[in-house]
Ligand binder design. Structure first.
Ligand SMILES: [Zn+2]
Length: 384
């Protein structure tokens, strides 16, 4: 006896009474089959339902060999009557996403003739792949029209047309279908063959939001969310913007302009710092002019500054120059150089002796070491 599909009779059925027809140990706990169920089995891009049968957790629902199988964490007595309860908020959000996806796909198909060639409901984002390219302007127009369909609260109808009727219906479908075809019609927006669960009026979707669009194969991949999931994600974005707004002392609608100003300021400060550093480096370098080997320890600076300092000394010094910037706690960045020299063996030995990494050209190497100043001094003393 095939399980009665309560999720098709009434898509809003949250709890129900059913009889356990079979229960067998499976890969996902216990596979339970009921005489009727409101648990939607994974299909058409929509994940299977979760919930409870009596007090036993249902972790997923799948259709296999024509049977709807509930993956249960514990066994249930065959022949017993159980109350089923689906995780309603999760299911409603999946229905909002699924119906929203149909609306977007229908609009893209009508406006541009592109097909939906991939649909994935991920934990964070839902993706839809289209067979052609959409511009930012196109996306704005599509999103706007999709939400107008929501605001107009149009009916979503499920029908099973005869083969003859079907020939006259311009419905979207991913494959050639035979037998009973379930058609989901969203008034003036989309007609599509689909086995999933949908809300009955578009108003229930609440919001359809496109978050990103990237090139994918010959077309594009969109990240979208609808309903509850869109609401929660927009809240997260707003929280980020609220914090940025406080940090930048800018109105929430003006954070980007403030961030741009800050980035410009930072770039000019960095430029000024490097100018001052260069002046300092050339002053300091004068003290080493004409010296042979130089070993210097400086406070922490970036690899670029270490390089510029080494360059400044190199200009007036013929010996081996070793600069270490940092401290014993966090390690040192180094530059090791010698005019027309070949320090490859020295660099190798330094890295080996002082827990370092780095390299470069024969006459100029850069890297870092995790060693103390005493260890480094001992290493250079050993070189003579
Ligand atoms: Zn569908």
């Amino acid at each position: 006896m095939a399980t009665e599909k309560l999720f098709y009779e009434n898509v809003y059925c949250k709890t129900f009474q059913a009889k356990v027809l079979s229960c067998a140990a499976g890969k996902h706990g216990f596979d339970v089959v009921l005489d009727k169920t409101a648990f939607y089995p994974e299909g058409g891009g929509q994940p299977g339902d979760t919930g409870y049968l009596a007090d036993v957790r249902v972790t997923d629902t799948h259709e296999a060999n024509g049977e709807i199988v509930h993956y249960c964490e514990k066994p249930l007595d065959v022949g017993s009557n159980v109350e089923g309860r689906i995780d309603w908020e999760r299911r409603l959000s999946l229905m909002q996403l699924h119906s929203g996806e149909h609306i977007l796909s229908g609009i893209v198909h009508r406006r541009f003739g592109y097909d939906n060639v991939g649909f994935h409901m991920g934990a964070d984002m839902v993706t839809i792949d289209f067979s052609g390219v959409l511009t930012e302007e196109d996306l704005k127009a599509v999103e706007r029209e999709a939400n107008e369909v929501v605001w107009e609260n149009r009916e979503i109808k499920i029908t099973f047309p005869s083969a003859q009727e079907l020939e006259q219906i311009p419905y979207r479908s991913k494959k050639v279908l035979t037998g009973d075809v379930r058609i989901v019609t969203i008034e003036n927006a989309d007609i599509c063959a689909c086995c999933g669960t949908h809300v009955t009026r578009t108003g229930e979707i609440g919001l359809i939001k496109i978050f990103s669009c990237v090139k994918f194969h010959e077309g594009v991949r969109l990240e979208i969310l609808c309903g509850m999931r869109a609401y929660e994600y927009v809240n997260r974005l707003m929280e980020q913007n609220r914090k940025n707004s406080a940090l930048l002392s800018a109105k929430p609608t003006e954070t980007n302009a403030a961030a741009e100003r800050m980035a410009e300021e930072l770039a000019s400060v960095k430029y000024r710092v490097s100018q001052v550093e260069n002046e300092l480096f050339s002053l300091k370098a004068k003290a080493y002019a004409g010296e042979n080997d130089v070993l210097l320890f400086e406070s922490a600076m970036g690899p670029d500054a270490v390089r510029r300092f080494a360059d400044a000394i190199l200009a007036g010094c013929t010996g081996r120059i070793a600069i270490f910037a940092g401290d014993d706690e966090t390690g040192y960045k180094y530059a090791l150089c010698k005019k027309d020299g070949d320090l490859r063996e020295t660099v190798k030995a330094l890295n080996a002796a002082c827990n370092g990494r780095g390299g470069g050209k024969p006459f100029f190497a850069q890297g870092s070491v995790q060693a103390s100043r005493a260890q480094l001094e001992a290493f250079f003393a050993s070189l003579g």
